[in-house]
Design a protein around this ligand. Structure first.
Ligand code: ACO
Length: 335
């Protein structure tokens, strides 16, 4: 059964994982050197202590290729076997062509289709749902899903309300068929009436680039943080309840909850409303900030490396972001 909006999908699994983050670390104290802010404010309001920042010559595809190569090295296939490459991002290399086209070419995925998914920070969950549907429907066997972001180039470094929140990074997962009935339960949602709360106003067909749009920093991310905060805590809770319900499970059945890493207060509030204990919730926000579409795969990698996520564990992932969009996915971890 394949539920496009919401429901259970059988027959697909995450079979490999790879991540990459830039070397440069930017701490809160570093930011306080050039902006009216402090480590104390950022840490207490967000939980973020530092983030990774890409080099001047690095774009989303560069981080994506590095993550994809690690993912493929951990898999049983080569790039030329890939059927589909999906890049989820809000900081693509260009408006056109898709970053996925560049990534697939650099990987040598010659027979793969390639496209980007833009669903704000929920992109990774949307991409995973698309990959799962293709694999479960037996249309494709090897689908690579990437979350890749260079948000340091999308924020206004004079706007202390946004620039302190974001960081750069990439993660890749391979989705392949499985015979042993692995279950994905998805819930995808959208409320476009909140589009204005999180946007890059200029550079598209609504407000093409002009001298004035550049002068006014309208090519950078604009955010009404308090509205996003309220929306996030509500939708993450409701969406997670839906996927658990669809699978006939409860929070007690979940071994690890990996929410999108935007703000520790959002994570704690959603976890509390859902009834999770601290031991069930994973966060690495303190070291990476909000890496948008890369945040969930970065967590999965770290949790798997340090033993918090083990083969056979029941994993719940939840994203939210620009759109406003949200999405959840429940799956058995099989790595
Ligand atoms: N340093 C110091 N002071 C600051 C900073 C800063 N970096 N940023 C804002 N302030 C000030 C404000 O100017 C304000 O001052 P004032 O009272 O004198 O006007 C005060 O701090 C409080 O500002 P608020 O915006 O009310 O602070 P809040 O507690 O709401 O925290 C935050 C702001 C962290 C942005 C919070 O609203 C939040 O995390 N929202 C969710 C954002 C989010 O999740 N975005 C990502 C979504 S995913 C995607 O698709 C990209």
């Amino acid at each position: 059964m394949i539920g496009l909006k919401r429901g259970l999908v059988k027959g697909a699994r995450i079979s490999a994982l790879g991540v990459h983050v830039p070397e440069r670390v930017l701490t809160n104290d570093d930011i306080a050197q050039f902006l009216d802010t402090s480590d104390e404010w950022i840490t207490t309001r967000t939980g973020i202590r530092e983030r990774r920042i890409a080099r001047v010559d690095e774009a989303a595809s560069d981080l994506a290729v590095a993550a994809a190569e690690r993912c493929l090295a951990a898999s049983d296939i080569e790039a030329c076997d890939l059927d589909l490459v999906i890049v989820t991002t809000i900081s693509p290399d260009h408006l056109m062509p898709a970053t996925a086209s560049i990534v697939a070419d650099r990987l040598g995925a010659r027979r793969a289709g390639a496209f980007d998914v833009q669903a704000g920070c929920t992109g990774f969950v949307y991409g995973l749902a698309i990959a799962t549907a293709f694999v479960a429907a037996s249309i494709y066997e090897h689908v690579l899903v990437l979350g890749a972001e260079v948000l340091s180039k999308m924020v206004d470094w004079e706007d202390r309300g946004t620039c302190v929140l974001f960081g750069d990074g990439a993660g890749a997962v391979l989705v392949q068929p499985t015979d042993n009935g692995s279950i994905f339960s998805f819930d995808l949602g959208n409320d476009g009436s909140g589009a204005q709360y999180l946007s890059v106003p200029a550079g598209g067909s609504r407000l093409p680039a002009t001298y004035a749009t550049v002068r006014d920093h309208d090519h950078a991310m604009h955010m009404v943080g308090s509205e996003v905060f309220k929306f996030a805590t509500r939708t993450v809770t409701e969406s997670c309840e839906k996927v658990l319900d669809d699978a006939g499970l409860t929070v007690e059945d979940v071994d690890l909850f990996v929410p999108h890493q935007a703000n520790i207060r959002i994570i704690e509030s959603a976890a509390r409303r859902l009834g999770f204990t601290d031991g069930q919730v994973f966060s690495n926000l303190d070291r990476y900030g909000n890496t948008s579409c890369a945040s969930i795969p970065l967590c999965l990698h770290e949790a798997s490396e340090n033993g918090r996520l083990k083969k056979g564990d029941m994993l719940l992932m939840a994203g939210f972001g620009a759109g406003l969009t949200w999405g959840s996915c429940l799956t058995k971890w099989e790595l």
